[in-house]
Design a binder for this molecule. Structure first.
Ligand SMILES: Nc1ncnc2c1ncn2[C@@H]1O[C@H](COP(=O)(O)OP(=O)(O)OP(=O)(O)O)[C@@H](O)[C@H]1O
Ligand SMILES: [Mg+2]
Length: 465
């Protein structure tokens, strides 16, 4: 994994009243020690090294600068990026990811990232009018090992998760909003948060009972250039591991807790398999959570894990467990590549697909993306069969006209197989666009009740994971 970082929350008032002791020390900007007081404090503290450790006094801004900004910068450059918050219940994961939305000083990583993305877009488009961006958002939760679309009217319906060689892992029929401003994106995420499952336990009055994954895809086009950069940001607020003896849960809450612990245990197994050089199998499929995060764990993504810890002696076992978990996760190696989709074939090369051209595209980091993400497998075969670029790109241009923008010149009736492909794609997800005229007059909820607004072409960017 890219950086593994630790954030320590302050002792809560309740913990101070109960006279719990703080057993965490930051010995160095990136070393953390934990003391076991059950042996009269005689045991030597256990020390771990991470890329950064932020203590109790750290502000939400410090957290964003350290954990959030570097990942978002990468996404704006066309990489995939993931930040996920891990830790026991009540350790501050949701505070780190969401924070308090009404107070800018307490904004978590999500609102700060939204602000950052649109500021960067405004600056880039002010500098260069030929650049345009499209930002798409989807939001899902994994609740009791079921995937729910937090932006759907029917957010309790269970969606299926699929994996195929063409699209990778994707959630079928997932809602995607195309948003034009930070306030749109902010409103969409607020709606999703409202739909997310939370409940009260002894350890946390507002405990997340599901894992939430916010997906923001940023597509950058430059007019006159037949290329588009696509970066996806995944912001993951995991539900916390918990012990029934401490949370005092029963009934529904207990069932939730057992599913939460089960999926976190699978996440632990996936991490262990990824860092074990001898391992031949990574059990992504053992839980929906790990399958959903497959690309973020060991795949093509700059991934940062934020380990949240609560510092009181009462939480010694859980904190030690979190630090060990993060210590293992930091050894995961991801294979990160910038994602530039291209119509290179459309105009640059109009001769036969020679091995030289294939090498060039591979060199440009494009070949694999084109083959694995955008071209139906039968086209791959045609390339291998030495189909001409013209023949290939005529079809490809039509099927990806949304990416090529005004540069699409060859307009001809799509072949039967392409029409079929497009039907297949539109079945995979639903897409909405927030239009500025309606933005003023309708709330997001009202818009969600409206039928489809400005349905986007089905071959746009939400298929990548
Ligand atoms: N750094 C912090 N500074 C101040 N308060 C914090 C901090 N971190 C967490 N808190 C407070 O601690 C409580 C628990 O935090 P939070 O809900 O974020 O925990 P969590 O890890 O998401 O728990 P769960 O797994 O149960 O969802 C909240 O009241 C939150 O406001
Ligand atoms: Mg939470």
């Amino acid at each position: 994994m890219e950086p593994a970082l630790v954030r320590i929350r302050p002792l809560s008032e309740k913990e101070i009243r109960s006279r719990f002791k703080n057993i965490i020390r930051i010995d160095h900007p990136n070393h953390i020690s934990i003391l076991n007081l059950t042996h009269n404090g005689d045991e030597r503290p256990k020390t771990f090294a991470f890329d950064a450790v932020l203590g109790e006094a750290s502000s939400q801004e410090d957290v964003y600068e350290c954990f959030g900004r570097p990942v978002v910068e990468k996404v704006l450059e066309g990489y995939n990026g993931t930040i996920f918050a891990y830790g026991q219940t009540g350790s501050g994961k949701t505070y780190t990811m969401e924070g308090v939305q009404e107070n800018k000083d307490e904004w978590g990583i999500v609102p700060n990232a939204i602000h950052h993305i649109f500021l960067a877009i405004d600056q880039a488009t002010d500098r260069d009018v030929s650049i345009s961006f499209s930002v798409r958002v989807s939001y899902v939760e994994v609740y009791n090992d079921n995937i729910h679309d937090l932006l759907s009217e029917d957010h309790t319906a269970s969606l299926s998760i699929r994996e195929d060689p063409l699209h990778g892992v994707f959630v079928k029929r997932l809602t995607g909003f195309v948003v034009a401003s930070s306030s749109d994106l902010y409103n969409v995420t607020t709606l999703g948060n409202r739909n997310r499952a939370t409940g009260s336990t002894k350890m946390n009055e507002k405990s997340s009972r599901s894992h939430a994954v916010l997906m923001v895809t940023i597509q950058q086009n430059v007019s006159g250039k037949l290329m588009t950069r696509v970066g996806s940001l995944h912001l993951v607020d995991l539900a916390g591991s918990e012990r029934q003896s401490k949370t005092g849960t029963s009934g529904v809450r207990l069932k939730e807790a057992s599913k939460i612990n089960q999926s976190l245990s699978t996440l632990g197994k996936v991490i262990a398999a990824l860092v074990d050089a001898k391992s031949t199998h990574v059990p992504y499929r053992e839980s929906k959570l790990t399958l959903l995060l497959k690309n973020s764990l060991g795949g093509n993504s700059v991934t940062t894990m934020v380990a949240n810890v609560a510092p009181s002696d009462y939480n010694y076992d859980e904190t030690l467990c979190t630090l060990r978990y993060a210590d293992r996760a930091k050894h995961i190696k991801n294979h990160v590549q910038v994602r530039v989709y291209s119509c290179i074939a459309c105009n640059f090369y109009s001769h036969k697909c020679s091995p030289v051209v294939r090498d060039m595209t591979r060199h440009l980091d494009l070949y694999d993306h084109i083959l694995s993400q955008w071209i139906p497998e039968d086209k791959l075969l045609l390339i291998e069969k030495n189909m001409t670029w013209d023949e290939w790109t005529d079809e490809w241009t039509i099927s990806h006209s949304s990416l090529c923008g005004n540069n699409v010149q060859r307009q001809q009736e799509p072949s039967r197989s392409l029409k079929q492909d497009q039907r297949g794609h539109s079945d995979i997800y639903r897409s909405y666009s927030l239009e500025s005229s309606q933005r003023k007059s309708a709330t997001i909820e009202e818009k969600l009740k409206l039928p489809l607004i400005d349905k986007k072409p089905s071959t746009s960017t939400s298929l990548e994971e």
